[in-house]
Write a protein that binds this ligand. Structure first.
Ligand SMILES: [Ca+2]
Length: 368
C-alpha cells in the first residue's frame, strides 16, 4: 500500500533547510555536510540518444524542438495528493517544447556565450537575507546524500545537505565533476537560472498547463504519461527509485540514486523524453500550497499565495514530473497531474528544466 503520509514537499522544505541550517548551525554543519556525502557509483550509461541533443542557437529559436498543437484537455486528476485536483478543463495554445531536459552540454554553451553565473555559484543576497553572516551566505546548493538506515520520512534534512561548492558544474559537491556527463540533465539550476537560459534563446519556461498537456502525450485522463500501467510492471519506463527510500535504490531501471542521461526511456506520444522521473522541471506558474487557485478564491493574488512565510516570503514556482528520488512509497509524483514547489532561491540535485517557444507557431508543423 502506498504510504502517502510519509511525503512532504521535499523541495520546499529543502529550500527552507538551506536558511534554517545556515541560521542555526552555520559553518559547522555545512563543513560536516561535505564529509557526509555518500559514495556514489559511476552512472551505468553516459548517453542514451544518438549524439547529444541539438546545441542551442539564439538565431534559431525552435531548433531541435517539438511542436505541440493547441487543444483543450483535462488538467489535474482525481487527487492522489490534495494539490492535484479536481481535474478541470484547460485550453492551451500551440507551442514548441524541448524533447528533452536541457543538458549539461547545452547549458555549458549558454554559459560560455554569456558568462552567466548560476545562483548556486553566487553568495546569497545580503539584502534578502539580512540575518545571515557572509560565511552563511556563501555559494551552496542542496545535494541528495541518502541515509544509512531508515529515517523519519517527514524530515528531509535526513537525506539532504546544504553543500558549499555544489552547483551545476559540481553536482555532488566541490570534488565532483560533469566531465563526460554532457548528456545528463543540468541540475542545481534555480528558477531564475532556467529562465535566463530560456530568454537567451528567445524562449520561455512552460506554464504548468503547457507542461502537463505536453507530458500527457495525447492521452486523456491517464495516471502516467504512458497510460495506466504502473512503472516496472513490464519494463522500466522512467528513472525513479526502487527500494527503501532514502537508504537503498536497487536501480532496477538501470540508474541508482542519481539522474540518467536524457532520453534513456521510451518517449511519450509527442516524442518527449523524461516527462516522468529523472529530474523535476520548472514551470512559470506560482505555487499555491492550498491548491490551484485557492488563494485567489480567498481574495488574494497568485503572487501573494505563493509567498513562503517560512522562507523570507520568496515566491514559489510549480515543478512537475517527479525525479529519480520518487518511488511508489515515497513522493510518487512521476505522474503528469502531480505537482509541488521548487526551492525559491536555489537548485538541487534533482531539479532541471526544459524550455518552450510560443512565437512563430506553424500549425501541423510537427517535429523539426
Ligand atoms: Ca533509478
Amino acid at each position: 500500500m502506498i504510504n502517502r503520509q510519509t511525503d512532504r514537499r521535499t523541495s520546499a522544505l529543502a529550500a527552507a533547510l538551506r536558511v534554517v541550517v545556515a541560521l542555526t548551525l552555520g559553518g559547522l554543519l555545512l563543513g560536516a555536510c561535505s564529509r557526509q556525502a555518500v559514495q556514489r557509483p559511476a552512472p551505468s550509461r553516459t548517453s542514451c540518444l544518438r549524439g547529444v541533443p541539438v546545441m542551442p542557437d539564439p538565431a534559431r529559436p525552435t531548433l531541435g524542438m517539438v511542436h505541440i498543437r493547441g487543444a483543450r484537455f483535462n488538467m489535474g486528476a482525481v487527487p492522489v495528493r490534495p494539490e492535484e485536483g479536481p481535474a478541470h478543463s484547460v485550453r492551451v495554445a500551440g507551442f514548441w517544447i524541448d524533447p528533452t531536459d536541457v543538458t549539461n552540454a547545452q547549458f555549458a554553451r549558454f554559459v560560455t556565450a554569456t558568462g552567466y553565473r548560476t545562483l548556486a555559484e553566487r553568495p546569497l543576497d545580503g539584502v534578502k537575507y539580512p540575518g545571515l553572516t557572509q560565511e552563511q551566505r556563501r555559494p551552496a546548493s542542496l545535494v541528495f546524500v541518502g541515509a544509512k538506515g531508515r529515517v523519519d520520512l517527514n524530515d528531509p534534512s535526513q537525506w539532504w545537505r546544504v553543500m558549499p561548492g555544489a552547483n551545476w558544474r559540481h553536482p555532488w559537491g566541490p570534488d565532483s565533476t560533469i566531465e563526460g556527463l554532457g548528456a545528463f540533465p543540468v541540475v542545481h539550476v534555480a528558477y531564475e537560472d532556467a529562465l535566463a537560459y530560456a530568454h537567451w534563446l528567445g524562449r520561455d519556461l512552460p506554464s504548468e498547463a503547457e507542461w502537463e498537456y505536453a507530458a500527457r502525450g495525447g492521452l486523456s485522463d491517464k495516471r502516467y504519461v504512458w497510460g495506466d500501467d504502473p512503472p516496472g510492471q513490464s519494463q522500466p519506463r522512467a528513472n525513479t527509485w526502487q527500494g527503501v527510500f532514502p537508504v537503498e535504490d536497487a536501480g532496477r531501471d538501470g540508474f541508482k540514486a542519481g539522474p540518467s542521461p536524457v532520453g534513456c526511456f521510451a518517449p511519450n506520444g509527442y516524442g518527449l523524453y523524461d516527462m516522468a522521473g529523472n529530474v523535476w522541471q520548472w514551470t512559470t506558474d506560482l505555487f499555491d500550497p492550498a491548491g490551484p487557485g485557492a488563494g485567489v478564491a480567498q481574495g488574494g493574488t497568485p503572487e501573494i499565495a505563493s509567498l513562503d512565510p517560512a522562507h523570507h516570503n520568496i515566491a514559489r514556482h510549480v515543478i512537475k514530473g517527479g525525479s529519480f528520488l520518487c518511488s511508489d512509497e515515497y513522493c510518487y509524483r512521476y505522474r503528469p497531474a502531480a505537482r509541488t514547489d521548487g526551492p525559491p532561491d536555489g537548485g538541487a540535485s534533482h531539479i532541471g528544466f526544459r524550455t518552450v517557444f510560443r512565437g512563430l507557431v506553424k500549425p501541423n508543423a510537427g517535429r523539426r
